[in-house]
Design a protein. Structure first.
Length: 426
Protein backbone atom coordinates (compact mmCIF):
# COMPACT_ATOMS: atom_id res chain seq x y z
CA UNK A 1 0.00 0.00 0.00
CA UNK A 2 2.74 2.41 0.96
CA UNK A 3 4.52 1.64 -2.32
CA UNK A 4 1.54 2.82 -4.34
CA UNK A 5 1.26 6.03 -2.32
CA UNK A 6 4.95 6.67 -2.89
CA UNK A 7 4.60 5.97 -6.62
CA UNK A 8 1.75 8.48 -6.92
CA UNK A 9 3.54 11.13 -4.88
CA UNK A 10 6.87 10.74 -6.67
CA UNK A 11 5.04 10.46 -10.00
CA UNK A 12 3.55 13.91 -9.44
CA UNK A 13 7.01 15.33 -8.83
CA UNK A 14 8.29 13.53 -11.94
CA UNK A 15 5.56 15.09 -14.08
CA UNK A 16 6.28 18.56 -12.68
CA UNK A 17 10.02 18.40 -13.35
CA UNK A 18 9.52 16.80 -16.76
CA UNK A 19 7.41 19.80 -17.73
CA UNK A 20 9.94 22.18 -16.16
CA UNK A 21 12.76 20.52 -18.12
CA UNK A 22 10.70 20.90 -21.31
CA UNK A 23 10.00 24.57 -20.57
CA UNK A 24 13.62 25.54 -19.96
CA UNK A 25 14.99 23.50 -22.86
CA UNK A 26 12.45 25.01 -25.28
CA UNK A 27 13.30 28.48 -23.99
CA UNK A 28 17.00 27.85 -24.51
CA UNK A 29 16.39 26.50 -28.02
CA UNK A 30 14.51 29.71 -28.85
CA UNK A 31 17.08 32.04 -27.31
CA UNK A 32 20.04 30.21 -28.82
CA UNK A 33 18.58 29.53 -32.24
CA UNK A 34 20.68 27.98 -34.98
CA UNK A 35 22.42 25.45 -32.74
CA UNK A 36 21.46 21.83 -33.27
CA UNK A 37 22.34 20.77 -29.71
CA UNK A 38 19.68 23.01 -28.16
CA UNK A 39 17.03 21.83 -30.62
CA UNK A 40 17.81 18.18 -29.92
CA UNK A 41 17.70 18.79 -26.17
CA UNK A 42 14.30 20.46 -26.49
CA UNK A 43 12.98 17.60 -28.63
CA UNK A 44 14.22 15.02 -26.11
CA UNK A 45 12.70 16.96 -23.21
CA UNK A 46 9.29 17.14 -24.86
CA UNK A 47 9.45 13.43 -25.66
CA UNK A 48 10.32 12.69 -22.02
CA UNK A 49 7.24 14.67 -20.94
CA UNK A 50 5.15 12.66 -23.40
CA UNK A 51 6.61 9.48 -21.92
CA UNK A 52 5.60 10.54 -18.41
CA UNK A 53 2.09 11.25 -19.69
CA UNK A 54 1.92 7.87 -21.41
CA UNK A 55 3.03 6.11 -18.23
CA UNK A 56 0.44 7.94 -16.12
CA UNK A 57 -2.33 7.14 -18.63
CA UNK A 58 -1.31 3.50 -18.74
CA UNK A 59 -1.45 3.21 -14.95
CA UNK A 60 -4.73 5.12 -14.66
CA UNK A 61 -6.63 3.27 -17.37
CA UNK A 62 -4.81 -0.08 -17.28
CA UNK A 63 -3.76 0.20 -20.93
CA UNK A 64 -0.82 -2.22 -20.80
CA UNK A 65 1.53 0.06 -22.78
CA UNK A 66 4.64 -0.42 -20.66
CA UNK A 67 6.77 -1.60 -23.58
CA UNK A 68 5.69 1.39 -25.66
CA UNK A 69 6.50 3.71 -22.75
CA UNK A 70 9.95 2.13 -22.38
CA UNK A 71 10.64 2.42 -26.12
CA UNK A 72 9.61 6.10 -26.19
CA UNK A 73 11.63 6.77 -23.04
CA UNK A 74 14.72 5.18 -24.62
CA UNK A 75 14.37 7.27 -27.79
CA UNK A 76 14.00 10.42 -25.67
CA UNK A 77 17.17 9.51 -23.74
CA UNK A 78 19.13 8.99 -26.96
CA UNK A 79 17.99 12.38 -28.31
CA UNK A 80 18.97 14.12 -25.05
CA UNK A 81 22.37 12.42 -25.15
CA UNK A 82 22.87 13.55 -28.77
CA UNK A 83 21.85 17.10 -27.86
CA UNK A 84 24.21 17.18 -24.89
CA UNK A 85 27.13 15.89 -26.96
CA UNK A 86 26.49 18.52 -29.64
CA UNK A 87 26.47 21.24 -26.99
CA UNK A 88 29.66 20.06 -25.33
CA UNK A 89 31.38 19.80 -28.71
CA UNK A 90 30.31 23.37 -29.50
CA UNK A 91 31.66 24.72 -26.20
CA UNK A 92 34.97 22.86 -26.49
CA UNK A 93 35.43 24.12 -30.05
CA UNK A 94 34.71 27.77 -29.20
CA UNK A 95 37.02 27.92 -26.19
CA UNK A 96 39.55 25.30 -27.25
CA UNK A 97 38.87 23.10 -24.21
CA UNK A 98 39.02 19.40 -23.63
CA UNK A 99 35.76 17.71 -22.64
CA UNK A 100 37.21 17.12 -19.18
CA UNK A 101 38.02 20.82 -18.70
CA UNK A 102 34.57 21.80 -19.97
CA UNK A 103 33.08 19.48 -17.34
CA UNK A 104 35.09 21.18 -14.60
CA UNK A 105 34.36 24.69 -15.90
CA UNK A 106 30.65 24.68 -16.73
CA UNK A 107 28.20 23.83 -13.97
CA UNK A 108 25.33 22.95 -16.29
CA UNK A 109 27.50 20.31 -18.01
CA UNK A 110 28.02 18.55 -14.67
CA UNK A 111 24.29 18.42 -13.95
CA UNK A 112 23.61 17.14 -17.45
CA UNK A 113 26.26 14.40 -17.18
CA UNK A 114 25.04 13.18 -13.78
CA UNK A 115 21.42 13.04 -14.97
CA UNK A 116 22.26 11.09 -18.12
CA UNK A 117 24.45 8.63 -16.20
CA UNK A 118 21.65 8.13 -13.67
CA UNK A 119 19.10 7.46 -16.41
CA UNK A 120 21.40 5.18 -18.41
CA UNK A 121 23.11 3.20 -15.64
CA UNK A 122 20.27 2.96 -13.13
CA UNK A 123 17.08 3.87 -14.96
CA UNK A 124 17.42 1.40 -17.85
CA UNK A 125 18.19 -1.65 -15.63
CA UNK A 126 15.28 -0.80 -13.30
CA UNK A 127 12.94 -0.33 -16.26
CA UNK A 128 13.95 -3.70 -17.73
CA UNK A 129 13.56 -5.43 -14.35
CA UNK A 130 10.11 -3.91 -13.92
CA UNK A 131 9.02 -4.95 -17.42
CA UNK A 132 10.47 -8.41 -17.89
CA UNK A 133 11.95 -9.85 -14.69
CA UNK A 134 9.57 -8.97 -11.86
CA UNK A 135 6.57 -7.29 -13.47
CA UNK A 136 4.15 -5.75 -11.03
CA UNK A 137 6.70 -5.48 -8.18
CA UNK A 138 5.89 -2.00 -6.90
CA UNK A 139 9.24 -1.32 -5.19
CA UNK A 140 10.97 -1.42 -8.57
CA UNK A 141 8.47 1.18 -9.70
CA UNK A 142 9.24 3.30 -6.65
CA UNK A 143 12.93 3.11 -7.49
CA UNK A 144 12.27 3.91 -11.14
CA UNK A 145 10.10 6.90 -10.19
CA UNK A 146 12.89 8.18 -7.91
CA UNK A 147 15.42 7.87 -10.72
CA UNK A 148 13.14 9.71 -13.14
CA UNK A 149 12.47 12.51 -10.67
CA UNK A 150 16.11 12.93 -9.66
CA UNK A 151 17.19 12.97 -13.31
CA UNK A 152 14.56 15.50 -14.35
CA UNK A 153 15.52 17.71 -11.39
CA UNK A 154 19.16 17.66 -12.53
CA UNK A 155 18.21 18.28 -16.16
CA UNK A 156 15.93 21.15 -15.14
CA UNK A 157 18.67 22.72 -13.04
CA UNK A 158 21.11 22.26 -15.92
CA UNK A 159 18.79 23.93 -18.45
CA UNK A 160 17.95 26.77 -16.08
CA UNK A 161 21.62 27.37 -15.31
CA UNK A 162 22.45 27.46 -19.01
CA UNK A 163 19.57 29.80 -19.74
CA UNK A 164 20.37 32.19 -16.89
CA UNK A 165 24.14 32.30 -17.18
CA UNK A 166 24.89 30.67 -20.56
CA UNK A 167 28.65 30.71 -20.20
CA UNK A 168 30.37 31.15 -16.88
CA UNK A 169 33.34 33.49 -16.64
CA UNK A 170 36.33 31.82 -18.10
CA UNK A 171 39.66 33.38 -19.02
CA UNK A 172 38.05 36.80 -18.41
CA UNK A 173 35.52 36.35 -21.25
CA UNK A 174 32.05 36.94 -19.71
CA UNK A 175 29.77 36.36 -22.70
CA UNK A 176 26.33 34.85 -23.09
CA UNK A 177 25.90 32.01 -25.52
CA UNK A 178 22.78 33.42 -27.13
CA UNK A 179 24.20 36.84 -28.06
CA UNK A 180 23.75 37.26 -31.81
CA UNK A 181 27.14 38.86 -32.41
CA UNK A 182 28.93 36.03 -30.58
CA UNK A 183 26.92 33.42 -32.50
CA UNK A 184 27.83 35.10 -35.78
CA UNK A 185 31.47 35.47 -34.77
CA UNK A 186 31.72 31.82 -33.88
CA UNK A 187 29.98 30.70 -37.07
CA UNK A 188 32.26 32.77 -39.28
CA UNK A 189 35.33 31.66 -37.32
CA UNK A 190 34.39 28.01 -37.82
CA UNK A 191 34.23 28.54 -41.59
CA UNK A 192 37.51 30.44 -41.71
CA UNK A 193 39.28 27.88 -39.55
CA UNK A 194 37.91 25.15 -41.81
CA UNK A 195 39.64 26.81 -44.76
CA UNK A 196 42.80 27.43 -42.72
CA UNK A 197 43.11 23.78 -41.69
CA UNK A 198 43.27 22.64 -45.30
CA UNK A 199 45.65 25.43 -46.27
CA UNK A 200 48.04 24.69 -43.41
CA UNK A 201 48.35 21.11 -44.65
CA UNK A 202 49.07 22.27 -48.20
CA UNK A 203 51.27 25.31 -47.65
CA UNK A 204 52.17 25.65 -43.98
CA UNK A 205 51.62 28.67 -41.72
CA UNK A 206 53.44 31.40 -43.66
CA UNK A 207 50.81 32.15 -46.37
CA UNK A 208 48.04 32.00 -43.76
CA UNK A 209 49.87 34.54 -41.60
CA UNK A 210 50.38 36.77 -44.67
CA UNK A 211 46.65 36.83 -45.49
CA UNK A 212 45.77 37.60 -41.87
CA UNK A 213 48.41 40.31 -41.67
CA UNK A 214 47.11 41.98 -44.85
CA UNK A 215 43.51 41.83 -43.62
CA UNK A 216 44.51 43.11 -40.17
CA UNK A 217 45.84 46.29 -41.80
CA UNK A 218 42.37 46.98 -43.21
CA UNK A 219 40.33 45.52 -40.32
CA UNK A 220 42.14 46.56 -37.16
CA UNK A 221 38.97 46.73 -35.08
CA UNK A 222 38.46 42.95 -35.02
CA UNK A 223 41.94 41.61 -35.84
CA UNK A 224 44.01 43.69 -33.43
CA UNK A 225 46.43 41.40 -31.53
CA UNK A 226 44.98 38.37 -33.32
CA UNK A 227 46.60 35.04 -32.49
CA UNK A 228 47.08 31.87 -34.49
CA UNK A 229 46.82 28.37 -33.07
CA UNK A 230 48.08 25.25 -34.76
CA UNK A 231 47.25 24.31 -37.45
CA UNK A 232 46.90 27.90 -38.67
CA UNK A 233 43.60 28.64 -36.95
CA UNK A 234 42.50 31.94 -35.43
CA UNK A 235 42.00 31.96 -31.65
CA UNK A 236 38.54 32.91 -30.39
CA UNK A 237 39.48 34.82 -27.25
CA UNK A 238 41.23 37.80 -28.86
CA UNK A 239 38.34 38.21 -31.30
CA UNK A 240 35.82 38.30 -28.46
CA UNK A 241 37.96 40.85 -26.60
CA UNK A 242 37.99 43.04 -29.70
CA UNK A 243 34.29 42.71 -30.53
CA UNK A 244 33.43 44.14 -27.11
CA UNK A 245 35.15 47.41 -28.08
CA UNK A 246 33.12 47.81 -31.29
CA UNK A 247 29.78 49.67 -31.10
CA UNK A 248 26.98 47.11 -31.01
CA UNK A 249 25.25 48.50 -34.10
CA UNK A 250 28.38 47.98 -36.20
CA UNK A 251 29.45 44.53 -34.99
CA UNK A 252 27.69 42.42 -37.61
CA UNK A 253 29.01 44.56 -40.45
CA UNK A 254 32.57 44.45 -39.05
CA UNK A 255 32.42 40.66 -38.65
CA UNK A 256 31.14 40.20 -42.20
CA UNK A 257 33.71 42.55 -43.77
CA UNK A 258 36.67 41.18 -41.78
CA UNK A 259 36.02 37.52 -42.41
CA UNK A 260 35.19 38.11 -46.08
CA UNK A 261 38.67 39.61 -46.44
CA UNK A 262 40.30 36.61 -44.76
CA UNK A 263 38.20 33.98 -46.52
CA UNK A 264 38.66 35.53 -49.95
CA UNK A 265 42.43 35.43 -49.47
CA UNK A 266 42.28 31.81 -48.32
CA UNK A 267 40.06 30.81 -51.26
CA UNK A 268 42.44 32.37 -53.79
CA UNK A 269 45.38 30.57 -52.15
CA UNK A 270 43.55 27.25 -52.11
CA UNK A 271 42.60 27.60 -55.78
CA UNK A 272 46.19 28.32 -56.77
CA UNK A 273 47.52 25.35 -54.78
CA UNK A 274 44.89 22.88 -56.03
CA UNK A 275 42.27 23.71 -58.66
CA UNK A 276 39.00 25.67 -58.94
CA UNK A 277 37.07 22.36 -58.82
CA UNK A 278 38.82 21.26 -55.61
CA UNK A 279 38.26 24.71 -54.14
CA UNK A 280 34.51 24.53 -54.76
CA UNK A 281 34.44 21.04 -53.22
CA UNK A 282 36.24 22.41 -50.14
CA UNK A 283 33.77 25.31 -49.89
CA UNK A 284 30.80 22.96 -50.17
CA UNK A 285 32.09 20.61 -47.49
CA UNK A 286 32.84 23.51 -45.15
CA UNK A 287 29.37 25.01 -45.62
CA UNK A 288 27.66 21.65 -45.07
CA UNK A 289 29.34 21.28 -41.70
CA UNK A 290 28.66 24.91 -40.79
CA UNK A 291 24.97 24.75 -41.73
CA UNK A 292 24.52 21.81 -39.37
CA UNK A 293 26.26 23.65 -36.55
CA UNK A 294 24.98 27.20 -37.04
CA UNK A 295 21.94 27.19 -39.33
CA UNK A 296 20.49 30.28 -41.01
CA UNK A 297 22.93 32.74 -39.45
CA UNK A 298 25.42 32.12 -42.29
CA UNK A 299 23.02 31.90 -45.24
CA UNK A 300 23.85 35.43 -46.38
CA UNK A 301 27.55 34.57 -46.48
CA UNK A 302 27.23 31.15 -48.11
CA UNK A 303 24.81 32.13 -50.87
CA UNK A 304 27.21 34.13 -53.13
CA UNK A 305 29.92 31.46 -52.99
CA UNK A 306 27.46 28.63 -53.61
CA UNK A 307 25.52 30.31 -56.43
CA UNK A 308 28.45 31.71 -58.37
CA UNK A 309 30.79 28.84 -57.48
CA UNK A 310 28.41 25.92 -58.01
CA UNK A 311 26.23 27.16 -60.85
CA UNK A 312 28.21 29.54 -63.07
CA UNK A 313 31.82 28.55 -62.50
CA UNK A 314 31.60 24.95 -63.82
CA UNK A 315 30.34 26.33 -67.16
CA UNK A 316 32.85 29.17 -67.21
CA UNK A 317 35.71 26.74 -66.54
CA UNK A 318 34.67 24.71 -69.60
CA UNK A 319 34.45 27.75 -71.85
CA UNK A 320 37.18 29.35 -73.96
CA UNK A 321 39.26 32.28 -72.78
CA UNK A 322 37.64 34.61 -75.29
CA UNK A 323 34.20 33.51 -74.04
CA UNK A 324 35.12 34.58 -70.54
CA UNK A 325 36.37 37.92 -71.83
CA UNK A 326 33.08 38.43 -73.69
CA UNK A 327 31.14 37.50 -70.56
CA UNK A 328 33.12 40.07 -68.55
CA UNK A 329 32.37 42.70 -71.17
CA UNK A 330 28.63 41.97 -70.96
CA UNK A 331 28.74 42.15 -67.15
CA UNK A 332 30.34 45.60 -67.38
CA UNK A 333 27.45 46.75 -69.56
CA UNK A 334 25.20 46.16 -66.55
CA UNK A 335 26.95 48.96 -64.64
CA UNK A 336 24.23 51.51 -65.15
CA UNK A 337 21.40 49.03 -64.70
CA UNK A 338 22.36 47.23 -61.49
CA UNK A 339 23.91 48.16 -58.15
CA UNK A 340 27.45 48.21 -56.82
CA UNK A 341 27.58 44.43 -56.57
CA UNK A 342 27.38 44.12 -60.36
CA UNK A 343 29.92 46.90 -60.77
CA UNK A 344 32.45 44.91 -58.78
CA UNK A 345 31.67 41.54 -60.32
CA UNK A 346 34.49 40.07 -62.38
CA UNK A 347 35.39 36.74 -63.93
CA UNK A 348 39.08 35.88 -63.64
CA UNK A 349 41.06 34.59 -66.61
CA UNK A 350 40.82 31.01 -65.33
CA UNK A 351 37.02 31.18 -65.14
CA UNK A 352 36.62 31.88 -61.44
CA UNK A 353 34.22 34.52 -60.18
CA UNK A 354 36.13 37.02 -58.06
CA UNK A 355 34.35 36.47 -54.75
CA UNK A 356 36.50 39.05 -52.93
CA UNK A 357 34.93 41.85 -54.95
CA UNK A 358 31.44 40.38 -54.48
CA UNK A 359 31.76 40.19 -50.71
CA UNK A 360 33.30 43.63 -50.47
CA UNK A 361 30.23 45.17 -52.06
CA UNK A 362 27.88 43.26 -49.73
CA UNK A 363 29.65 44.19 -46.48
CA UNK A 364 27.70 47.41 -45.82
CA UNK A 365 24.26 45.79 -46.18
CA UNK A 366 21.97 44.13 -43.66
CA UNK A 367 21.68 40.33 -43.76
CA UNK A 368 18.33 40.12 -45.58
CA UNK A 369 19.41 42.74 -48.07
CA UNK A 370 22.61 40.81 -48.78
CA UNK A 371 20.56 37.75 -49.68
CA UNK A 372 18.13 39.70 -51.88
CA UNK A 373 20.93 41.61 -53.62
CA UNK A 374 22.91 38.44 -54.27
CA UNK A 375 19.89 36.71 -55.83
CA UNK A 376 18.90 39.64 -58.03
CA UNK A 377 22.44 40.25 -59.34
CA UNK A 378 23.15 36.56 -59.87
CA UNK A 379 19.93 36.14 -61.86
CA UNK A 380 20.74 39.16 -64.01
CA UNK A 381 24.31 38.03 -64.63
CA UNK A 382 23.23 34.51 -65.54
CA UNK A 383 20.61 35.80 -67.95
CA UNK A 384 23.14 38.18 -69.53
CA UNK A 385 25.99 35.73 -70.12
CA UNK A 386 24.02 32.58 -70.97
CA UNK A 387 23.77 33.42 -74.72
CA UNK A 388 27.55 33.82 -74.81
CA UNK A 389 28.12 30.51 -73.03
CA UNK A 390 25.61 28.71 -75.28
CA UNK A 391 27.34 30.11 -78.35
CA UNK A 392 30.59 28.52 -77.13
CA UNK A 393 29.35 25.27 -75.56
CA UNK A 394 26.01 24.76 -77.31
CA UNK A 395 23.19 22.92 -75.47
CA UNK A 396 25.74 21.60 -72.95
CA UNK A 397 25.84 25.01 -71.26
CA UNK A 398 22.18 24.86 -70.27
CA UNK A 399 22.46 21.19 -69.29
CA UNK A 400 25.40 21.94 -67.00
CA UNK A 401 23.51 24.83 -65.38
CA UNK A 402 20.48 22.60 -64.73
CA UNK A 403 22.65 19.86 -63.23
CA UNK A 404 24.36 22.43 -61.03
CA UNK A 405 21.02 23.69 -59.71
CA UNK A 406 19.94 20.13 -58.98
CA UNK A 407 23.15 19.35 -57.07
CA UNK A 408 22.93 22.62 -55.16
CA UNK A 409 19.37 21.88 -54.04
CA UNK A 410 20.33 18.31 -53.10
CA UNK A 411 23.41 19.33 -51.11
CA UNK A 412 21.89 22.40 -49.48
CA UNK A 413 18.13 21.97 -49.04
CA UNK A 414 18.24 24.85 -46.52
CA UNK A 415 18.83 27.23 -49.42
CA UNK A 416 16.25 25.78 -51.79
CA UNK A 417 13.89 28.78 -51.65
CA UNK A 418 16.78 31.14 -52.44
CA UNK A 419 18.09 28.94 -55.23
CA UNK A 420 14.61 28.78 -56.77
CA UNK A 421 14.44 32.60 -56.82
CA UNK A 422 17.91 32.83 -58.33
CA UNK A 423 16.94 30.37 -61.03
CA UNK A 424 13.92 32.45 -61.88
CA UNK A 425 11.17 30.45 -60.14
CA UNK A 426 8.44 31.81 -57.91
Amino acid sequence: MIEKILIEAIGGATAFYALAFSYYSLRNARLMSGQIGHRLMAAGAVLFAVTVGMGAAGELFGLGISVAVFSTWLVALLIVVAGGLARVKSVTKVYNLSIFKALLTFQHVKYYLFSVLLLALVGIPLFILDLFVTPGYDWFRVGLACVWTASFVLLTVSERALGMKALVKMESVPHKLWRKDIQLLRARLDITNGYAGGLATLAGMKPISKVLSDCADENKALLKDHKLEMPGKLAMKSLIDNIEKIPEAKREQVIFKTFCCIDSGFIVLYSRLTSPENTNAMLNNTFKVSFKAHGAIIHDYALPALLFGNVLEPVLLKSKKETRAAANAEIKKLLGKLDSLAKRLEIDEDGRVNLASVYQSLATLEREERINRTISVFSAVQKTIMPILEKDLGPDAKKMIEKSYYRLNSNFPELKKFVLKAKGGK
